[in-house]
Design a protein around this ligand. Structure first.
Ligand code: HEM
Length: 160
């Protein structure tokens, strides 16, 4: 694995950084740009439908990049021998952050699917509650965690 990493180091780091850009940047764009625009839609049903649709598109885009992020991280853990180095705590912290972000993403996907079912069944209150939790709490949590992971990545990139 170390040999593969050394041979394709540039590509692996590029994919790692690119995945973080898409995952974290995508969430920021939806939360702070698109969301403000959705709030202008007067019909509450249309508003919830548009938000649910945009979330579906976002999750479809970021899910493969979340996996690429992990695969490239594993190459870097082995390639740099992070676990045996003095920077092991940084590596463990990033692994932990990725795990929480991925669990959060999975729960958001399930909640969004549930919200769509509730919308189709005419339960506006239930659908609104599910989507609100995603927008007000779950996406911001993943944005903060993502930014911390990027910061730790900057330390690691100076270390190796
Ligand atoms: C799964 C555990 C992770 C590990 C073990 C890990 C490991 C690393 C390492 C070793 C570097 C330095 C690469 C180099 O320059 O040679 C790095 C950089 C980076 N990581 Fe991660 N990472 C992980 C997860 C994440 C996550 C979840 C994000 C963001 C969502 C992220 C974003 C970045 C970014 C943006 C850089 C580039 C920083 C820079 O070049 O200044 N990483 N990571």
């Amino acid at each position: 694995m170390q040999e593969i990493f050394l041979q394709y180091k540039t590509v692996i780091i590029f994919l790692h950084v690119m995945s973080a850009v898409v995952w974290v940047g995508g969430m920021i764009a939806l939360r702070f740009a698109a969301h403000a625009s959705f709030m202008e839609i007067e019909s509450p049903i249309k508003r919830l439908e548009r938000i649910a649709h945009a979330l579906k598109r976002l999750f479809c885009i970021v899910a493969p990049f979340a996996i690429i992020l992990l695969v490239t991280a594993i190459f870097m853990i082995k390639g740099y021998g992070i676990s045996q180095s003095e920077f092991a705590p940084f590596g463990y912290a990033k692994e932990g952050i990725w795990t929480v972000m991925f669990i959060n993403l999975t729960i958001m996907i399930l909640r969004r699917n549930r919200a769509v079912k509730l919308l189709n069944a005419g339960d506006m209150v239930g659908a609104k509650f599910s989507l609100e939790l995603i927008g007000k709490f779950m996406v911001p949590v993943n944005i903060v965690l993502g930014v911390v992971a990027i910061l730790l990545g900057t330390f690691l990139s100076n270390a190796f």
